[in-house]
Design a protein around this ligand. Structure first.
Ligand SMILES: [Zn+2]
Length: 450
């Protein structure tokens, strides 16, 4: 099953978020997978229209995902520890993945995303080879498994093929990390270049972190992305230990090291951007480098709270990701960014609900190379999602209806419809392509427990 383009049709939206306000009674003409026209002032559904009751938003973009981390949900909450102890458990799960088991898990995880209103995912993918580092017969068997999984779950994917070449500064990969490594950046580039884009799939690049790619090889990855005008993502200063090691070896911060080697720029997104100096914030913002915040993961892993407001003020566009999939709910990620900032500063109102929705959709899509998605407007990809307004979370008088309802009260459980390329992927809360998503998740996770 592929993400296919549906026949021309009209969708009637009871309420639609048009980027600045909620508009009642909107007709979307959809053809060739795109929005052909947006009609307002349409109080009742035209004959033959698909009726979407509730509040329809542009599709949500999950800009940072590691699909296999979903297998850890609920298993890593007992006991004390840090990011680094959590990482050992995560590595043990990565060690058990095969192309088939990864495909089954990712298909279920991406179906969970569709049920949460997500229409595009950025998969930060680094489990490339068999355990020990031996390439599969198809050297991109794992990446292809993820691309196929997204198609079967009905969502778009940007496969951010990740260079992961060292275990620490100057340290070769060890143990579980061997299967992540191509040896050097040239070999990474040769393998990544074999991946082909499809209607539902784009190919981007990623640098796992300044820990995992030697400084002299950063430019090779940056150049690969530059030549293709492709997105380039990098985990950046998620942990203070990374900053300290970078200072010891290179005498500068990770952001400075990336700037020095040509990694920063408008097609680059720093993921987390948590522990930054004022100069780092200026470097990132001034270069137009994006920031992907992953608040539910950052709080789950006790990472800290990144300076998202300061980064945006300096020019860094914001996107959101569910990263480790402790939960998959982009509305929760959006409100968490604002609520974290409130806790940190003890003041309210850092972002409007409209600005948070923009991060969750339009700017998230742009960070993944889908600039033509993320808005309900003529010419945009026909990707959108509808929230029920009659649930226990969202019910209330219509004058109060606005983006605030979606961002500050609703959850993934309120998603009733998800449409990708004009095709209904979720209808009335039921996935159209994956019949029993909870079962698919349970089976795929069980298979990995071994
Ligand atoms: Zn990550």
């Amino acid at each position: 099953m592929q993400v296919t383009t549906a026949a021309p049709r009209t969708y009637w939206l009871e309420h639609a978020w048009l980027g600045t306000h909620v508009e009642p009674g909107v007709a979307l003409e959809v053809a060739d997978g795109r929005i052909a026209a947006v009609g307002t002032g349409v109080p009742a559904p035209p004959p033959g229209a698909e009726v979407l009751r509730g509040l329809t938003l542009p599709g949500l973009a999950n800009a940072h995902s590691h699909a296999f981390h979903r297998a850890l949900r609920g298993t890593v909450q007992v006991g004390s520890g840090t990011f680094w102890t959590w990482r050992e458990v995560m590595y043990a799960t990565a060690a058990r993945l095969t192309p088939d088991s990864y495909h089954a898990l990712a298909r279920a995880v991406y179906a969970e995303m569709a049920l949460a209103g997500i229409t595009a995912v950025g998969e930060f993918h680094y489990v490339h080879h068999a355990p020990g580092g031996t390439p599969y017969a198809d050297p991109n068997a794992m990446g292809e498994a993820l691309i196929a999984a997204a198609a079967e779950a009905g969502i778009r994917i940007t496969l951010l093929d990740t260079a992961y070449l060292s275990s620490g500064f100057g340290q070769p990969p060890t143990g579980h990390q061997l299967r992540f490594s191509d040896g050097d950046a040239e070999a990474w580039a040769a393998r990544s270049s074999l991946l082909k884009e499809r209607d539902h799939a784009r190919i981007g690049a990623a640098i796992h972190s300044v820990r995992a790619v030697p400084a002299e090889q950063l430019q090779t990855v940056a150049r690969w992305a530059e030549e293709r005008r492709a997105p380039l993502h990098v985990h950046l200063s998620e942990q203070t230990a990374e900053n300290e090691a970078c200072r010891d070896i290179h005498g500068c911060t990770p952001a400075q090291l990336l700037a020095l080697h040509g990694v920063l720029g408008p097609r680059t997104t720093g993921v987390h951007n948590t522990h930054l100096t004022a100069e780092d914030i200026s470097l990132i913002g001034g270069s137009g480098t994006g920031t992907c915040m992953c608040p539910t993961t950052e709080r789950d892993l006790a990472d800290g709270i990144g300076p998202a407001a300061a980064l945006q003020n300096e020019g860094s566009p914001l996107s959101l990701g569910s990263d480790s999939h402790a939960v998959i709910d982009l509305l929760e990620e959006a409100r968490a960014m604002e609520l974290n900032e409130r806790l940190r500063t003890r003041t309210r109102g850092h972002w409007t609900a409209a600005a948070l929705l923009r991060a969750a959709s339009e700017d998230g899509h742009a960070a993944l190379g889908w600039d033509e998605a993320g808005a309900l407007e003529a010419g945009a990809l026909a990707d959108f999602t509808t929230l029920a307004l009659d649930s226990v979370r969202t019910a209330g008088p219509l004058p109060r209806l606005g983006a605030e309802t979606a961002v500050f009260a609703a959850s993934a459980a309120d998603v009733s419809h998800t449409v990708v390329a004009g095709r209904h992927v979720v209808r009335d809360g039921v996935h159209s392509l994956v019949p029993d998503v909870p079962r698919a998740l349970a089976d795929a996770v069980e298979a990995l427990r071994g």
